[in-house]
Design a protein around this ligand. Structure first.
Ligand code: MN
Length: 705
């Protein structure tokens, strides 16, 4: 008895050490930026992941008790609900809760790791693996302070699942039946895409049962409970099924019915659509084209975001290894260590699904590496403890384990120390967005690029057309059009897109059971104007067309930082939707790193301006400039624009934004775009727009039409 208490105490002590270590390492970023006002809002650091603002918006609305229909607020998401709960019961500010939630929750990963090691009678292995996992490169990146996203529990929950199935199979205790099923319910609630890992675990247990342990009724109970937890039904129904089945299974006199219950669980599982996510997945992979081309109508060709994310194929092995373990050697030792561990402890085969998912990263999808982190860490830790065992004295054993652990942790510490990611917005931008929120109604729309969608909704509580989750080619098209086309047609498109977006929501609600196929806004607009070619429709915007009835205000949010992605923004509307042909790329060159010499200004990359005659040097070619424009702020922060027309037949214009230290070299289309005219030059048509907030960081306009 004494022995058990000692083991339990040691387990708790190791968990405490590893948990504290994980938290302290995540405070390095906080320490580095302590007092840096640009990263703070309401006296707390802001978060550093764009998607986090979606959960934050949902939690804010849950706490407020209301939100606007079709404002895309994530009030139903697990992340928002858990956040709202914490904000409700804890005495900290909302901003502190979302900033520190990943720090605390992700550090829980040390618990299942140490518990798994406990069942293998090797607690030191657990401690070493927990320390490494908690700060391993990719796990840290996706769970650091302020990385407020579902990742904070995405590895913790499957590790608890792994722990409970290992303990279930090792001990055959009834309680682990329940814990396994509850963990699946929780994991699925938190992260609906979790089914692939759950199915893999299920498959392995099924295989294990059929091959090694066919007669054991416990295994069938475990399988049946897992199926009940994974069904295609509401969480509460599944919870009731799970608890009922558990209560029956606990009572051995019902054991003779287990095969009927298992059969029932299989039938209900398939009948309820429990297998549908897998079928959908397979369809997406195998019948790729079929699924994506069911769209009839005009069959428009939109530019997809995937085309801009050139995450081409494989990642280098070193990156892959670093992200999993912090160093190539650690990774290789860990990999063979895991194989050796499996050889010694067959039960660890159950960790294969996590390792497999992690290794998928090698073939594309860097984000998957985090799944392999704890498994490889257990492998390294096992090798370290095995070597230690061979050493002659206890003192040498301890010394070796400490040294080896520090060595594997060190590269990861270096990574953390150098990983100085900024917050999504800076304090000044948030101040502007908050001010915009005071002026705008909650039903109003703010039009901006999708990168700013979630933060705009969080800080201003407005509606947006595009955001971090809604940015397919067809929804990006009108927004890209608004930002990159001349003011007049851009203004009309903004009004059209907002009104069509709202109309589509209403149509969807009215026809919710009718399986109505709704086409892209741009296709609906074209048809609405009695045309059957989107190009004709876009041309008609230049004429006097009748706009839909104005139901709300529209604001344009134009941040200076969008200049960096302007060429990407153009891609989505610089395409012939009917044929799919891409338009000519705009000429857009930005330089912040220029050098002034006696006779010329060198902008870099072979581009320079001759001071004497304002001619442009592009490599060996000399070209005339169309115009030279200089913008600067007066003392009372009014923008002054000096425009010099040089050669009306030339193509390119040079804009010098003096206070920003920025040169822009652009063609005529870019020069006339809404973004350049309204953000850079403040040359807005007063019939179309009205000034709302003019700040060097951001210009906000209100649409008048
Ligand atoms: Mn709202």
């Amino acid at each position: 008895m004494n022995n058990i208490t000692h083991e339990t105490k040691l387990t708790l002590f190791y968990i405490f050490i590893a948990f504290s270590f994980s938290i302290l390492m995540r405070l390095i970023w906080v320490y580095q930026f302590y007092g840096y006002e640009a990263f703070m809002f309401n006296g707390q650091f802001m978060i550093n992941t764009n998607d986090g603002y979606l959960w934050a918006e949902g939690a804010r609305d849950l706490l407020a008790g209301y939100h606007q229909s079709n404002d895309l607020s994530a009030v139903d998401s697990a992340a928002s609900r858990l956040t709202a709960l914490f904000a409700y019961i804890l005495p900290f500010s909302f901003e502190s809760i979302i900033f520190y939630m990943p720090v605390i929750l992700s550090s829980l990963i040390v618990v299942p790791i140490i518990l798994i090691a406990k069942t293998l009678k090797n607690l030191e292995m657990g401690l070493i693996a927990a320390l490494l996992s908690s700060i391993a490169w990719s796990y840290y990146n996706r769970t650091m302070a302020g990385y407020y996203d579902t990742d904070m529990l995405n590895i913790v929950l499957p590790m608890f699942l792994l722990w409970s199935i290992i303990w279930a199979i090792n001990t055959h205790k009834n309680i682990y039946l329940l814990i396994t099923a509850l963990d699946i319910l929780l994991y699925r609630w938190w992260y609906p895409q979790s089914y692939s890992l759950e199915f893999s675990f299920f498959g392995l247990i099924l295989l294990y049962t059929l091959v090694f342990d066919r007669k054991n009724v416990y295994n069938y109970k475990l399988l049946a409970l897992m199926l009940f937890a994974m069904m295609g039904m509401e969480t509460w129904i599944r919870s009731i099924l799970v608890i009922t089945a558990y209560l029956i299974f606990r009572n051995e006199k019902f054991d003779k019915y287990i095969y009927y219950i298992l059969a029932a669980s299989i039938v209900i599982f398939f009948a309820s659509g429990g297998f549908d996510p897998i079928i959908l997945r397979l369809k997406l992979y195998i019948f790729k084209d079929e699924v994506l081309s069911v769209n009839e109508g005009f069959g428009l060709h939109f530019f997809t975001v995937m085309q801009t994310v050139r995450e081409a194929g494989k990642i280098p092995f070193e990156t892959f290894a670093n992200r999993i373990s912090g160093h190539t050697i650690t990774f290789i030792v860990g990999f063979f260590g895991y194989i050796y561990l499996v050889y010694k402890q067959k039960i660890m085969l159950l960790a294969l699904p996590m390792l497999g998912l992690g290794f998928l990263a090698y073939f594309g999808g860097l984000r998957f590496t985090i799944y392999a982190v704890p498994v490889i860490a257990l492998g390294v830790a096992f090798i370290i403890t095995e070597i230690a065992k061979k050493l002659p004295t206890a003192k040498m054993q301890v010394l070796f384990q400490i040294t080896a652990t520090l060595l594997i942790l060190y590269p990861n510490y270096l990574h953390i120390d150098g990983y100085k990611v900024p917050t999504v917005f800076n304090a000044k931008e948030v101040e502007i967005v908050t001010a915009l929120g005071q002026k705008a109604q909650r039903e109003d729309y703010v039009v901006s690029w999708w990168d700013y969608g979630y933060p705009l909704r969080y800080y201003a509580d407005v509606k947006t057309l595009v955001d971090g989750g809604k940015h397919e080619g067809d929804v990006n098209f009108p927004v890209s059009f608004v930002l990159t086309q001349p003011q007049e047609i851009a203004a009309k498109m903004a009004r059209l897109d907002v009104e069509y977006t709202e109309q589509t929501f209403t149509l969807n609600e009215e026809n919710i059971d009718k399986n109505l196929t709704l086409f892209s806004n741009i296709e609906q607009m074209t048809k609405g104007f009695g045309l059957n070619n989107t190009n004709d429709f876009l041309l008609s915007l230049e004429t006097e067309i009748k706009l839909p009835k104005k139901t709300r205000d529209i604001y344009l949010y134009l941040p200076y930082r969008m200049l960096n992605i302007y060429p990407t923004v153009t891609l989505f509307s610089n395409i012939d939707l009917m044929s799919g042909a891409k338009g000519e790329s705009p000429f857009f060159y930005i330089s912040r790193n220029f050098q002034e010499l006696n006779d010329k200004i060198v902008l870099g990359q072979g581009v320079s301006i001759n001071k004497s005659d304002f001619s442009l040097q592009l490599g060996n070619q000399t070209e005339r400039l169309r115009r030279f424009v200089k913008t600067s702020y007066t003392q009372d922060m009014n923008l002054q624009v000096d425009e010099q027309l040089i050669d009306f037949s030339a193509k390119l214009s040079l804009i010098y934004m003096q206070n920003y230290g920025t040169f822009l070299l652009v063609d005529e289309n870019t020069y006339n775009s809404l973004f350049i005219q309204l953000m850079v030059l403040e040359k807005y048509d007063e019939n179309l727009f009205e000034k709302v907030i003019f700040d060097p960081n951001v210009k906000v306009y209100k649409l008048k039409i």
